[in-house]
Design a protein around this ligand. Structure first.
Ligand code: PGA
Ligand code: ZN
Length: 393
């Protein structure tokens, strides 16, 4: 397959920050793809190039992409990875490589008359049998919200594999939450992912509020947390409001939360190099909750293998832009599945209207899709794409 045309441009993301969008065409097929960006990032993530600099790099490599034949996605991605020739994509940038990789994936699917999820399922030889659970980030804190809770995300996870029914429940929950927030605080404020913020430094209060909301919609729904603990870590302790907690105190907090609330998962409960913390929580709570690696594992097969060897997690977040190409994303996810872990495909806090991750979650047979709060359009479109896929299946 030889690409006819590629145009790269800079667009604003959901935080009005600059990011990359590509348009690629081949024999009458035209596709558009764009890349998100994170704020609470793991230090092992792929390098992000300034968008202006990425445009310059693209001009240098553009000719090579037109003149070569690529028969598979892996061939295309490997070619870009070899052009970059650095361990963390410092030369071409993970954002530039990924946007091209996403474009090529979509072009490949279009040229074969396949949906993107079908193409991905085909690459890994997966037969689609289920749709992922939706993880809705309804209350925000951490670095994604001003004057809010120390933990980054409080999520509602309806226990239905119908994305349509799931979204209906989430929208009901949002209405209730909005009312409660207005009643309590006289105004409603939002975080980066469209979820509500809450002026409290007590992490328990987010769970209590979500628990109240849950009782108003359906009592089968579960709750999840993304602590994003790396950003709380200062001088060997975790800063929770005014308090500084050590690893043991954090662990006992999680024990309490897991026994007092219907908790499905806890993401990044410890900072990204606290292997001992992860190992302890996985051992003590792993039979009850999903212990999820995000900043810990960064969609990187090496970090995932390390986490497996240490018994650090039993679930993982998969974000294409942490590793910087679709092929490597697929490898990371299938490796985690081989280890028997739960897989949650995720957006970033700075998002675009691209819905690729919904297809990725379905194609991989992932257990979850985390795409923020459906009040923000960049988040909603991913859940809507799942519904579209549900209707096709
Ligand atoms: P980020 O946060 O996109 O700002 O890194 C999302 C997450 O931690 O899951
Ligand atoms: Zn996270």
């Amino acid at each position: 397959m030889k690409i006819d045309d590629i145009t790269l441009k800079i667009i604003p993301d959901s935080r009005s920050e600059k990011t990359l969008e590509v348009e690629m065409s081949l024999e009458g097929h035209k596709v558009v793809a764009s890349v998100p960006s994170g704020k609470s990032k793991g230090s092992n993530e792929a390098f992000v190039l300034e968008p202006e600099e990425a445009l310059e790099k693209f001009t240098e490599i553009k000719f090579n992409l037109f003149t070569r034949q690529f028969s598979t996605l892996e061939e295309f991605d490997n070619y870009l990875i070899s052009l970059d020739n650095t361990p963390n994509k410092q030369n071409l940038g993970g954002n530039l490589i990924l946007v091209l990789s996403l474009g090529f994936t979509k072009l490949l699917a279009a040229s074969q008359n396949l949906e993107i999820y079908q193409l991905i399922a085909g690459i890994i030889g997966h037969k689609i049998q289920k749709l992922p659970l939706c993880f809705y980030n309804l209350i925000e804190g951490g670095v994604h919200a001003k004057n809010s809770l120390p933990f980054q995300e409080y999520l509602l996870v309806p226990q239905t594999v119908s994305p349509k029914f799931s979204l209906e429940l989430a929208q009901k929950a949002i209405k209730i939450l909005e009312g409660k927030k207005y009643q309590r605080y006289g105004k409603v404020t939002y975080g980066d992912e469209g979820g509500f913020t809450m002026p409290s430094d007590n992490p328990r209060e987010g769970l209590e509020l979500l628990q109240e909301v849950r009782s108003g919609i359906d009592t089968h729904s579960k709750l999840s947390l993304d602590v994003a603990a790396s950003v709380l870590f200062k001088d060997g302790k975790y800063q929770i409001g005014e308090k500084l907690l050590d690893e043991k105190e954090m662990l006992s907090l999680y024990h309490n939360f897991a026994s007092d609330f219907p908790l499905l998962s806890i993401e990044d409960p410890f900072q990204e190099d606290d292997w001992q913390g992860f190992e302890d929580i996985r051992r003590q709570l792993g039979s009850k909750v999903w212990v999820v690696g995000d900043d810990l594992t960064t969609t990187n097969p090496q970090r995932i293998t390390q986490a497996y060897q240490k018994g650090a997690v039993n679930a993982v977040i998969i974000k294409p832009n942490q590793i910087g190409s679709v092929t490597e994303t697929i490898k990371a996810a299938t490796l985690a599945q081989k280890y028997g872990w739960k897989v949650i495909v995720s957006h970033r806090s700075g998002e675009t209207m691209d819905t690729f991750i919904a297809d990725l979650a379905v194609g991989l047979g992932a257990d979850g899709l985390k795409s923020g709060c459906p009040l923000q359009k960049e988040r909603l479109v991913k859940y809507q794409r799942l519904i579209e896929i549900e209707e096709m299946l």
